[in-house]
Design a protein around this ligand. Structure first.
Ligand code: ZN
Length: 215
């Protein structure tokens, strides 16, 4: 039985400033099985976010912001395949991150076995090593792996930023539910990718890009 509810209002900020030295871009599960139309678990709209996510990668590169990828990874007998069709089998074509978002040398890729990219991985450790306290989280699926990773980050007191045009979901309801929960429950900042601006040039990007010395 279909039911209708009103989505409580949430803000989508026009401009969000981040400190590139303390911020990482986290790209969730942009793998062939989720993004391609013929993928095992194709997500409507995921392909439409590729160009936007590429813009975010460009922003990260230009400010020496670290880029982290999650890669959904399953093996024969994985209980998740009782919930979902068989997908992201380690080593398969569907498991690969899409060519358009191929990680560059220096990017970190985390194979994850469940929805939450922190679960069973070194993600938290590596973020803390780099002094990261803010995560720009994008990718797919908005209400599943993106959401559980963002929630897990929120529980650890990371500041979470969701560029909403860089997310995709299986159903519009799922997208609304995820955004409502993110903004309400762990106070994620919602914005659009083009609204994210680095506060200052990163110290990591070398002396030439450092802000002028004051005084
Ligand atoms: Zn999976």
């Amino acid at each position: 039985m279909a039911r209708q509810v009103e989505v409580p209002p949430y803000e989508i900020e026009e401009h969000v400033t981040v400190d590139p030295d303390r911020t990482a871009l986290v790209i969730i599960d942009m793998q062939n099985d989720f993004v391609r139309a013929d993928g095992a678990l194709s997500v409507p709209g995921a392909a439409d976010t590729v160009a936007v996510i590429r813009q975010l990668v460009k922003l990260a590169r230009s400010t020496a912001m670290p880029v982290f990828y999650s890669q959904d990874t399953h093996q024969e007998g994985d209980p998740e395949w009782k919930i979902w069709p068989k997908h992201c089998e380690r080593g398969s074509e569907g498991w690969q991150i899409i060519d358009e978002l191929k990680p560059a040398p220096g990017d970190r890729v985390f194979e994850k076995v469940r929805y939450d990219a922190f679960y069973g991985t070194h993600l938290d450790h590596e973020l803390r090593l780099r002094g990261i306290d803010t995560l720009i989280i994008c990718g797919t699926v908005a209400s599943i792996c993106v959401h559980y990773t963002a929630a897990s980050a929120g529980l650890r007191w990371y500041r979470v930023i969701h560029p909403v045009d860089a997310l995709s979901a299986l159903h519009p309801f799922d997208m609304e539910a995820a955004l409502r929960q993110a903004s309400f429950l762990f106070q994620a900042t919602l914005t659009k990718a083009a609204g994210i601006t680095p506060a200052v040039a990163s110290k990591r990007s070398g002396p030439a890009k450092r802000p002028a010395r004051r005084g």
